[in-house]
Design a protein around this ligand. Structure first.
Ligand code: PMP
Length: 423
């Protein structure tokens, strides 16, 4: 494992002034020990850690990097707006232009409300649904991630049960489970949340059964509840529209974030007219929600999405990766489970219940200049090239040869074992 003295020095400083030295989903506590915590720069498909090591980045900042880091078209639009004004006493014209753009691209949407993070957009979806219906209960799929607010965070610290008193669980893609949860909610059902596909951590990904998606729509229509698609992670990586257009189902509300300004900080709740009254009734705001720079970046990103083959390019590269990796793994005696859309791959190993092989492969890939994740879905971006996928496959060949040699001595990650045991 190569030494990372600058990263180590920053960690030593960080632990004194930042709880646990780092918090949230970008903390490396649940990754192999050699993973750098701190980065110095990013460009295109690559990131550099603070010790100057360069990696092909298969995480794309957990989604926001869609066109490539530092896309010059997007950043020029942001810079032009910055010269004019960013956070002001009121929004710029870009708020209206961006809202028009989102409404024109997303079929179910008649209106948009911008915000900052995905959690803002999912929490606001819940609030709008309650305000619109006058009902309380919200159904969420077990294991789905809707953010870091008390009603949805997967970690129990500081949360009291009352904050989730009207949240019920159902099994995603499971028709009878959804029917039972709706029946249980009786006449108090405000909304059903659905992820566009099952992209829960530590698991194989699953695409939606159209019958399940249609049933969710029908149950909402029958009860007056609102259907919410959480497109924060998958938005615009599957289709240039809401992801459930792929199964022919239109939600009432959809939550967006991460990628639609190519990494500039902005998210959005989109809704149909069936929820306009509720949207007009809630109080939702933030000091930075109306910053004009991310909106200008979003307008330019969305233009590129409409006018380029960014999506088809990512699918072609994702297919090359999936098809290329399987024989590489087999050559070294490993069998992989590569699931989900090819442009958002989850790569897990068979016969690896405690992820020790996955951790060893991630560590060996990192050594070879490729940043892969052992238990979270990854992301392709449009700046990647065939040469990048070739580089990844070559790194995988070396990494898996190395893992094969050391497999008998591997140990599971102690913190991960604690965490998985607690769930
Ligand atoms: N929903 C989904 C599906 C997500 O993947 C995420 C972020 N990983 C969120 C909501 C929350 O977004 P944010 O971290 O921007 O608040």
């Amino acid at each position: 494992m190569s030494a990372k003295p600058n990263d180590l020095a920053l960690r030593e400083r960080a632990v004194k002034v930042i709880p646990n030295g780092m918090f949230g989903h970008e903390a490396t506590h649940l990754l192999p020990a050699s993973f750098p915590q701190f980065f110095s720069k990013a460009k295109g498909a690559y990131i550099w850690d603070v010790d100057g090591n360069r990696y092909l980045d298969m995480m794309c900042a957990y989604g926001p990097n869609l066109l490539g880091y530092g896309d010059e078209r997007v950043d020029a639009a942001a810079t032009r707006q910055l010269a004019l004004g960013d956070t002001m006493t009121g929004p710029g014209a870009v708020l209206v232009e961006l809202s028009e753009t989102l409404v024109s691209m997303v079929s179910h949407a008649d209106w948009a409300m911008v915000c900052k993070n995905g959690t803002d957009a999912t929490t606001m979806a819940m609030t709008v649904a309650r305000a619109q219906t006058g009902k309380r209960r919200i159904l969420v799929a077990d294991g789905a991630y809707h953010g870091a607010a008390p009603w949805c965070t997967p970690m129990p610290g500081g949360i009291v049960p009352e904050e989730r008193a009207f949240i019920s669980k159902y099994a995603w893609n499971d028709i009878s489970s959804l029917e039972a949860a709706v029946a249980e909610a009786g006449d108090d059902l405000a909304a059903i949340f659905a992820s566009p596909f099952k992209h829960d951590a530590f698991q194989d990904q699953t695409l939606p059964d159209p019958a399940y998606a249609r049933l969710a729509r029908e149950l909402c229509d029958a009860t007056g509840a609102k259907l919410i698609v959480d497109d924060v992670r998958a938005g615009f990586r599957l289709v240039r529209d809401c992801s459930w257009e792929l199964v022919g189902v239109r939600p009432d509300l959809s939550s967006w974030g991460k990628s639609f300004a190519n990494g500039h900080p902005i998210s959005a709740l989109l809704g149909s007219d069936s929820c306009r009254v509720g949207a007009e009734a809630i109080y939702a705001t933030g000091s930075f929600w109306f910053s004009a720079v991310p909106m200008a970046a979003a307008i330019e990103t969305l233009r590129i999405l409409r006018e380029s083959d960014y999506l088809e390019h990512m699918v072609a590269l994702g297919t090359k990766l999936r098809e290329g990796l399987e024989p590489v793994a087999a050559r070294h005696g490993f069998s992989l489970r590569q699931t989900g859309p090819v442009q958002m791959p989850q790569i897990l190993f068979d016969e690896d219940p405690d992820f020790r092989i996955g951790f060893a492969w991630a560590e060996a890939m990192l050594e070879r200049g490729v940043y892969v994740h052992p238990w979270h879905n990854m992301f392709l971006n449009a700046a990647m090239t065939e040469a990048d996928i070739d580089l990844l496959l070559e790194a995988a060949d070396g990494a898996l040869a190395h893992v094969r040699k050391s497999v008998a001595a591997l140990q599971p990650h102690p913190l991960l074992m604690l965490m998985l045991g607690a769930h």
